[in-house]
Design a protein around this ligand. Structure first.
Ligand code: LCS
Length: 393
């Protein structure tokens, strides 16, 4: 059921329902690779598009479609394209928009492998890239060339929490006819809708907030219009980045509670950020809800809330940070983010370790930066756990 009039929490519960034979309250798992045709003519009509019918799960599947519809509804887009992982979504976007001799402009602190595959794999196919600090719009304007065919943003960026003005970048891109893709993973559609700010594609690692329970790897693309949808869907289908129906079922289940999970984790994060900022052993904290964040005003304008992700550095740099990471017991020392459990990790040696030290430093990913994804535990427990670890420094 789709309706522009419903609030986001109602959409989360009621989008993406399927017509099934028995009136199931939840979306059934259509665990099938292929679908029977009624006749040879029916099969031919399904392939020609004359009849709407399922053919093969790499192309489309009812469980996966339900998830695509639901995420597209809350992301306020034309349609969703589910992928096997967030990186599957990133690769689909690069492959769809970029050809040999063409150029991409991107933020320098995007998720490590999203930059890594561009500088290694896509570079081998002759795609040129420029990584800049997109939080300064003038850098974006200056980086655009004649052959620029994609602007790729991630905001807030992983792990620096830098925030790019999506509307301002889209205005520049529109003048030149360049599509803009925004990785909206750190906000989820609950806190930010890039398509409403002018982007052509919103990208998600659904492994994070949308699924939210650290038990699925998955991705999603939502497009503003049909043209971009058709391009991305055919690229995804033919490259084989499709999701599995069981994966889709789990993500649909997680999606229903996105709103209350984000609200609760965000309340916790606001308190943890203030605690960290006032701690004598903490050098700095980057959290969009703190007035000290360099893009605090932009965050208020572009996001519906400051989110649940915090970056900070302990006085004493990496060695001091290691003491904290080795001594938190409630929060898990693990990569990934956006789940019900608090997760702490060290980007320079983990998620962003494949970038050279030089590139990390240029992007603001210092060796001492610690990334903290705040979960929905009792905030007093999260802070007490952090406190005892910080006291050991
Ligand atoms: N985009 C962002 C912003 C991400 O944080 C990640 C994964 C991806 C895309 C790729 O998604 P995946 O293929 O893993 O579903 N980020 C991770 C992180 O920060 N720690 O572990 C994975």
């Amino acid at each position: 059921m789709k309706s522009d009039k419903l609030g986001i929490n109602s959409l989360l519960i009621h989008s993406g329902e399927v017509d099934d034979a028995f009136g199931s309250a939840t979306v059934p798992i259509y665990q099938t690779s292929t679908f029977k045709f009624k006749s040879a003519d029916h099969g031919a009509q399904c392939f020609s598009g004359e009849t709407k019918g399922y053919i093969y799960t790499r192309i489309a599947n009812p469980t996966i479609n339900a998830l695509e519809e639901a995420v597209a509804a809350i992301e306020k887009g034309f349609g969703g394209i589910a992928t096997s992982s967030g990186m599957g979504a990133v690769t689909t976007v690069y492959a769809a928009y970029l050809s040999q001799g063409q150029h991409i402009v991107s933020h320098n602190a995007v998720y490590g492998p999203a930059r890594g595959i561009m500088e290694t794999i896509f570079a081998r196919f002759g795609v040129e890239c420029t990584y800049i600090d997109a939080t300064d719009i003038e850098n974006v304007r200056a980086a655009i060339r004649e052959n620029t065919k994609l602007i790729y943003l991630e905001t807030p960026a992983n792990p620096t929490m830098g925030i790019t003005d999506i509307s301002a970048v889209c205005a520049i891109a529109k003048e030149k006819g360049i599509p803009v893709c925004v990785d909206n993973t750190f906000c989820s559609p609950y806190l930010q809708n890039p398509l409403e700010l002018g982007a052509d594609v919103a990208l998600h690692s659904m492994t994070k907030f949308i699924n939210g329970h650290a038990d699925v790897v998955a991705g999603m693309l939502v497009t503003k219009d049909e043209k971009n949808y058709n391009l991305l869907r055919s690229t995804m289908v033919n490259l084989g980045f499709n999701m599995d129906p069981h994966q889709a079922y789990l993500a649909l289940r997680g999606l229903k509670t996105l709103g209350i999970r984000v609200e609760r984790a965000q309340q916790n994060a606001e308190k943890v950020a203030v605690y960290l900022e006032n701690h004598p052993k903490v050098e700095w904290v980057k959290y969009p809800g703190l007035a000290s964040h360099p893009q605090f005003e932009l965050a208020k304008k572009q996001m519906r809330g400051p989110g649940t992700m915090i970056s900070f550095e302990v006085k004493g740099g990496l060695n001091a940070g290691k003491i904290v990471m080795d001594n938190v017991h409630l929060s898990l020392l693990a990569v990934s983010l956006g789940g019900v459990e608090s997760l702490i990790q060290h980007p320079a040696s983990m998620t962003h370790s494949k970038l050279s030290k030089e590139k990390r430093q240029e992007a603001g990913i210092t060796d001492g930066l610690i990334r903290f994804s705040i979960g929905i535990e009792d905030v007093e427990d999260i802070i007490a756990d952090l406190d005892q670890a910080l006291n050991l420094v």
